[in-house]
Design a protein around this ligand. Structure first.
Ligand code: FAD
Length: 235
């Protein structure tokens, strides 16, 4: 999506009806909102979410939409510490019937062709990939596209694990759980050795992780246009 399309999308604010929230794992919560008929997004994009049920400073944060467009619900998942920001306190106070506002969708973090694709998630960076692989599952065979998800979490606290395993079972998508950078780089090496110039690389996670994996790919001679990044700034 171009910069200008993003600018237009940002001005399209929608009120989303809160449905429910639940704990995914220690310190990680998901929030579900009713999908409005005119809201569409590409799997992997993010929205700008604004608290509207109370007045707080800095009331807007970007979040990847973790649900796929085919799921008919808007899902966001976020880390919430014991000492949350006012934004996240307000998220935990949402009750059935309240609204949140969403601008967008924005960003170009989505699969744009059928090239063999390596999806590299660090921690909470799994959120856009949940959307992407749910979409691939719903669409069925994308011309036999090779898709591999590498999911790195040093605490082995893998979000959506049951769902990811189910997709891996029902589709040709491979999901590999990792807990160290060394293992991650070994898996990246295997993929680059097989698909070097045809492969596409998608990295999402905390900025420091995205930067170092991006540098690693560049050192492995992966051309810049073959790499897409989603740095979840704020971690
Ligand atoms: C494209 C995109 C997608 C994202 N998707 C997700 C997602 O799916 N899930 C998710 O959990 N998060 C996501 N994020 C990050 C999210 O928007 C928040 O930044 C993050 O959750 C932290 O929010 P917070 O309210 O807890 O902390 P914040 O109050 O935003 O603070 C975050 C950190 O920045 C520091 N900080 C805050 N303000 C300043 C300042 N003015 N100067 C210096 N430091 C400051 C704080 O001390 C803290 O360490 C995404 C971000 C981007 C850009």
């Amino acid at each position: 999506m171009s910069f200008f399309q993003d600018m237009i999308a940002v001005f399209k604010k929608k009120e989303l009806l809160f449905l429910e929230s639940f704990k995914e794992s220690e310190g990680v919560y998901s929030f579900l909102f009713e999908n409005q008929k005119d809201l569409t997004w590409k799997a992997g994009q993010h929205g700008l979410f604004t608290i509207t049920h109370k007045k707080i400073k800095n009331s807007t944060r970007p979040f990847s939409v973790a649900s796929s467009p085919t799921e008919n619900v808007v899902k966001i998942t976020m880390g919430i510490s014991d000492d949350p920001s006012n934004f996240k306190k307000a998220m935990l106070e949402l009750k059935e019937g309240m609204n949140i506002s969403m601008s967008g969708p924005v960003g170009s973090f989505y699969l744009n062709d059928n090239s063999p694709s390596l999806l590299i998630a660090g921690g909470i960076g799994i959120t856009p990939f949940r959307s992407i692989i749910k979409q691939v599952e719903a669409e069925g065979n994308r011309d036999g596209q090779q898709i591999q998800l590498l999911y790195l979490d040093s605490k082995k606290s893998y979000l959506y694990k049951d769902e990811l395993d189910e997709v891996a079972e029902n589709t040709s998508i491979r999901v590999t759980y990792l807990d160290s950078r060394d293992e991650l780089y070994q898996e990246i090496n295997k993929f680059t050795a097989s698909y070097k110039n045809n492969g596409k690389y998608y990295i999402a996670g905390p900025k420091s992780m995205v930067d170092s994996v991006n540098a690693y790919l560049k050192n492995s001679d992966i051309p810049k246009p073959s790499i897409k990044k989603d740095a979840l700034i704020g971690y």
